[in-house]
Design a protein around this ligand. Sequence first.
Ligand code: GLC
Length: 747
Amino acid sequence: MNYPRILLLAVLLSLTAACTEQKPSTLGTDAGTERRIDELLSRMTLAEKIGQMNQVSAGGDISNYAEALRNGQVGSILNEVDPDRINAFQRICVEESRLGIPLLVGRDVIHGFHTVFPIPLGLAATFDPALVEEGARVAAVEATAQGIRWTFSPMLDIARDPRWGRIAEGSGEDTWLDARMGEAMVRGYQGTKPDTASMAACVKHFVGYGAAEGGRDYNSTYLTERQLRNVYLPPFEAAVKAGAMTLMTSFNDNDGVPSTGNAFILRQVLRDEWGFDGLVVTDWNSMGEMISHGFGADRKEVARLAANAGVDMDMMTFGFLSHLEELVRCGAVRESTIDAAVRNILRVKFLLGLFEHPYVDVEAGRAVQYAPAHLEAARRTVEESVILLKNDGVLPLDAGRVRTILVTGPMADAPYDQLGTWSFDGEKSHTVTPLQALRERFPGKVVHVPGLGFSREERSRFDDVVAAARRADVVLAFLGEEAILSGEAHCLADLNLIGSQSALLAALKSAGKPVVATVMAGRPLTIERDLPNCEALLYAFHPGTMGGPALANLIFGDVNPSGKTPVTFLRTVGQVPLYYSHNMTGRPYNGETLLADIDREAGQTSLGNTSYYLDYGAYPLFPFGFGLSYTTFAYSDLSLDSEVYPKDGKVSISFILSNTGDRDGTEVVQVYVRDIVGSVTRPVKELKHFERVSLKAGEQRRLQLSFPVSDLAFYGLDGVKKVEPGDFQLWVAGDSASGEPLSFKIQ
Ligand code: GLC
């Protein structure tokens, strides 16, 4: 071969190498793992490959599954938590099947396994990613000790409609907070380097599920690509970049395309743009539901659509098991598509070490459940997640000055319901309720008169509990929702305290003693009408196992509340959707006159021609990021280190935070930014940084916060993500509605 040809060949080879250059693996795989995948794949029949793509919900007699397991027709099981049974399932796969591929055992470990933490909306209220990571690690230690190596968590669906029951399962309305919480949970579940206590995270529901029209679960969504890219996708991207091993497709159709058949999100965004090399699983029968959606005629068709769109594993439709082989034979699905899916599945199994450690030590596993350190972590998490929404000074209570405490309300002693939604493995026998905690702390001082047996009990007379209130020094009323009233498919059109709870609170108020209300719920309820009937109100998104001791510590001042609202609290459900990072509009509301502010004789003059409601206005009851403390904080001497920043620069803020009260406390400092003019309209402000700062009573501290200008990038009119030059405003405050803006420019 003459010289020029060799040169040409070398150039071609280097170009080919460059084009096929492996993207950096988001799972952090290595050459050795990839070789093991190649080697195993080369020995698999098409039927065995398809078997890996099939997930089955376990239950009943294992013998029912034995043949399918031996034939390699099951790649994963879910809903099995008995370690002996999990070992038995694994033993059939590892020791009796042809290739010995272990199962990936999945479970909804959503906010704790046996030790139940606050529901994810409560976790978000801590604004403490490190603490949330610690809790996810506890969940992983307990769950993996029983053989569960995959959790269908974190749920990162942005939710701006509290009618939607699954708002309970996510981190609320804000993209930045949601992303930080998702990263923390991925780190907690998976660990920095996978080991036998690692549980593969599953970021869900991909994508846009929380924007269900009408707040009705499973309903259609109509998010534009720009809205997806600027609001709903970033938390998923952050979790993928944090190393999340798996994702789950969502039930909803967005703009007419069900996520389980959506190649744009599953291939272009997830694989091509983000480089994700983990596995994608459908939601429960979401493949089959594409028939109901009217997106495919039958199971064979929806199996083809899902496989070609980029789904790797089918949860409970059995569409892949039943039809993929035929679809490959007829060329409707390429075998290379199957190979890619199986690689993703095997990659997760190899990286989790399942081939080396498929079994679990049952006795050792039992020993770690409810470990004291786990319960203590859960208690600390509740203490940081509870939000003080009202306090006229009655809190914290002085234990030395109360002789009789009336404990009342349907959530005072509800050990199952206090765990909240999606806490399958939390055992109510381990729950410590407020009543139990208060009785233990104040023996002989607590009187318990429920007032209502459960939240929806209809009662018109409360003589017994009012009489008890008159005899008490203080009334502690625990109200809210049972666990069943939020979560999947549990949506509400009325967000007031359900049943006669508001009437109970009003009756208690009539007794003339101080009333401290605590609401435990799975969503922000509309509690405006209840505020006049209590001197203080604490909001606990279903707090989990240790809710009782934590609430007692908060009410009696051992701990100073620091929780902040991760979602806007509405005045009425008619304001939905109302969230802080809305667009300005051409006629922004600025407090115009309400009907209540005018007398009956007012003429037919306009009451205001801006974007609001005549009866309720357009301000919330409590804004995003809001929460009181037993002390007070002040921000002063704010300044930026420059007036103009380059696009690759960093914005640094200096300010003094003062604890101006007489108690030590923790403030969640929040930084919001507004891009005043963009190639598309921009939100009035967006959270771009937050951190918890603890100060002693009277302490002042100068703080420096900074963030890269690149955090202000967004997808503009041209569909390209970038920072656009221009004028910006910035707030540093304790919630999304406070503070005065600083101005700066980006060149
Ligand atoms: C459910 C939920 C999903 C859950 C899955 C497995 O329908 O939508 O969040 O992980 O099924 O239980």
